[in-house]
Design a protein around this ligand. Structure first.
Ligand SMILES: *[C@@H]1O[C@H](CO)[C@@H](O)[C@H](O)[C@H]1NC(C)=O
Ligand SMILES: *[C@@H]1O[C@H](CO)[C@@H](O)[C@H](O)[C@H]1NC(C)=O
Ligand SMILES: *[C@@H]1O[C@H](CO)[C@@H](O)[C@H](O)[C@H]1NC(C)=O
Ligand SMILES: *[C@@H]1O[C@H](CO)[C@@H](O)[C@H](O)[C@H]1NC(C)=O
Ligand SMILES: *[C@@H]1O[C@H](CO)[C@@H](O)[C@H](O)[C@H]1NC(C)=O
Ligand SMILES: *[C@@H]1O[C@H](CO)[C@@H](O)[C@H](O)[C@H]1NC(C)=O
Length: 428
């Protein structure tokens, strides 16, 4: 569509008639030129638009997303699903099956320094919103029960009554629906106090012994005794670790929580028997390193919904410490029982995941997306460090829903709510 030249036409016409004709032609040509111009401009604009879009898609968008992910990063224990902005619809078998009954009576044996506080929040929210009774000590502590004496009914004077039972009506201090506090596990003792004692659902959680031990070491500030800083635990730790070993009370903490007595800690024959018994007793042993995966298994076992297992992880990451190999080796040696049961139940967990079937991956992805969504909905931007050591405190958004309030569980208010509901005075 080259520009048409009017001069050759002009040559063939007489002067007076031609002006008119040429003028018409000129106008026509001008019109065409304009049409051509606007067409070119349109092509040019489309091209620019395309370039802009490409730039936005590849250049700006990923950065924005990274920023968003970073913002919600700290309270994730596991990798975040990249496509978290889209919530895939549930596959039918991801819903609790209509043929199962939600489990409302259970014991979660809370182990030390394993992420168990997060799991406690989940189970507390479940029971609180359904008016279930918790086995709680009346001194506001999260369990422990004075070194555990659940064995004797007379010890019920240490508890709060279940809902609907009067204070000091001790014979009726029984039939609790839920226990999710620290106690030294002993099945026969629990049976005295739990409703559904003949069909109790039991679960617990274990963490890599090295990490668990370090977390415990930092939390109880054991290192201050020997005068070094938490981030400088290295060769200096060795003499101290060896001294601890002689005192024999500072290792195998997870095994102790599970009621595995000291005699068994270094005898594989007895440990083998122990894990066999535990497998019969415990319906599920979760693993901290695979927290979300463990929750997927828990949800199905309990016939709960995905909302029921949502959590906010408030645990601050412990200071990273690299132990030299000889220290690591000693820790593994001294924590022998913990290493044994951890490795055993990590294998069990992965076998259960395999047996779960192909829907597992999709459910895990869905759960992580839901987690991100709810965290964005419920958690305010300002986080602080809680007075209780090692916890990060998140704040609810203003005018939040009741779900969000219980979910964020600011200042562990859920503990106090449950405590007061069962007649406790003050805060837990
Ligand atoms: C909770 O325990 C009480 C007994 O204390 C029992 O009557 C009630 O049915 C239990 N609730 C559920 C939902 O199982
Ligand atoms: C034990 O509890 C589970 C889950 O609540 C239930 O499916 C099962 O039928 C119960 N078994 C007995 C013997 O009550
Ligand atoms: C481990 O315990 C078994 C059973 O009590 C006992 O026969 C065996 O001698 C113990 N092994 C060691 C190394 O103490
Ligand atoms: C747990 O078991 C899985 C599967 O066998 C293995 O890949 C993983 O390394 C184990 N995790 C830890 C922390 O030992
Ligand atoms: C955090 O934000 C919430 C809601 O905006 C507000 O109520 C609260 O006082 C804030 N807390 C801190 C410590 O700034
Ligand atoms: C919070 O809710 C109350 C009552 O529903 C309403 O009056 C108030 O305007 C709300 N405030 C904000 C900041 O949304």
């Amino acid at each position: 569509m080259g520009g048409r030249n009017i001069h050759p036409i002009k040559v063939f016409c007489l002067r007076h008639t031609c002006t008119h004709k040429t003028e018409r032609l000129r106008v026509e040509v001008e019109r065409e030129r304009l049409r051509e111009q606007s067409c070119l401009m349109m092509i040019f604009s489309l091209q620019s638009l395309f370039v802009l879009c490409t730039f936005f898609y590849f250049g700006v968008l990923p950065k924005r997303q990274t920023r968003i992910y970073r913002r919600i990063g700290p309270f994730r224990t596991n990798g975040l699903a990249k496509d978290s902005s889209i919530l895939h619809p549930l596959t039918p078998d991801a819903r609790p099956s209509s043929s199962c009954q939600p489990v409302n009576n259970f014991v979660f044996v809370k182990t030390h320094k394993t992420g168990s506080t997060t799991l406690r929040s989940i189970t507390s929210r479940y029971g609180y919103t359904r008016d279930l009774s918790f086995l709680l000590s009346n001194d506001g502590r999260i369990g422990h029960f004075n070194g555990i004496t659940l064995r004797y009914s007379s010890e019920s004077s240490n508890f709060l009554p279940p809902l609907g039972v009067k204070k000091n009506d001790f014979p009726n201090y029984q039939n609790y629906n839920i226990s999710n506090v620290h106690l030294k596990y002993n099945r026969r003792s629990l049976d005295k106090f739990m409703y559904r004692r003949h069909n109790l659902t039991l679960f617990t959680i274990l963490r890599t012994p090295e990490e668990q031990w370090l977390s415990w070491f930092q939390y109880y500030k054991k290192y201050t005794k020997v005068g070094f800083k938490a981030d400088g635990i290295s060769e200096a730790a060795m003499p101290y670790i060896e001294r601890l070993e002689k005192e024999n009370g500072d290792f195998n903490q997870q095994s102790r929580d599970l009621g595995i007595n000291d005699k068994k800690h270094f005898n594989d024959t007895l440990l083998r028997e122990t894990v066999t018994e535990m497998t019969k007793d415990f319906n599920l042993v979760m693993i901290t390193e695979y927290f979300d995966e463990s929750l997927i298994l828990l949800r199905k076992m309990m016939c709960w919904t995905f909302e029921d297992i949502l959590y906010v992880s408030k645990r601050k990451q412990p200071m990273k410490t690299q132990f030299p190999d000889d220290v690591k080796e000693k820790l593994y040696q001294y924590n022998h029982a913990d290493v044994y049961i951890y490795e055993y139940f990590n294998r069990t967990l992965w076998r259960k995941i395999e047996e779960y079937g192909p829907s597992f991956k999709g459910e895990l992805r869905y759960f992580r997306q839901l987690l991100t969504k709810k965290q964005n909905e419920c958690i305010g931007q300002n986080s602080t460090t809680n007075g209780r050591r090692e916890f990060v405190e998140y704040h609810s958004l203003q005018n939040t829903s009741e779900f969000c309030e219980l979910y964020v569980n600011e200042n562990f208010q859920l503990d106090s709510k449950i405590y007061r509901k069962q007649g406790g005075i003050g805060n837990m």
